[in-house]
Design a binder for this molecule. Structure first.
Ligand SMILES: [Cu+2]
Length: 106
């Protein structure tokens, strides 16, 4: 994660049934987060965060990573499809801090 609002890589291909450990390294000077979901879920979540900027949120499908720190999520992908991940901090999502996960049949 970087302050130019980018994830590297921003495309991850996974085989159905695989369990992936994502390790997030924040190379920026501000907080970033990694939230997994469908595009629709992320859009809704982003709107909510704009309404309640101070909202505390922490779920198994997200990691908040302070500047210079590391975060981690372990996720099992049991459904074929396309999913997104994004940093939903206000301004970051809009700036394009998103990536894609393609889950393909094995
Ligand atoms: Cu961010």
């Amino acid at each position: 994660m970087t302050d130019n609002m980018h994830f590297t890589p921003d495309l991850v291909e996974v085989k159905q049934g695989e369990t992936i450990k994502f390790v997030h390294v924040n190379n920026g000077k501000v907080m970033h987060e990694f939230v997994l979901g469908t595009k629709k879920e992320l859009d809704e979540h982003s709107a909510l965060m704009k309404k309640f900027p101070g909202m505390e949120h922490d779920e198994p499908y997200m990691a908040h990573v302070a500047a210079g720190k590391k975060g981690e999520i372990i996720w099992n992908f049991n459904k074929v499809g396309e999913y997104d991940f994004a940093c939903l901090l206000p301004g970051h999502y809009e700036a394009g801090m998103v990536g894609k996960i393609k889950v393909v049949a094995k």
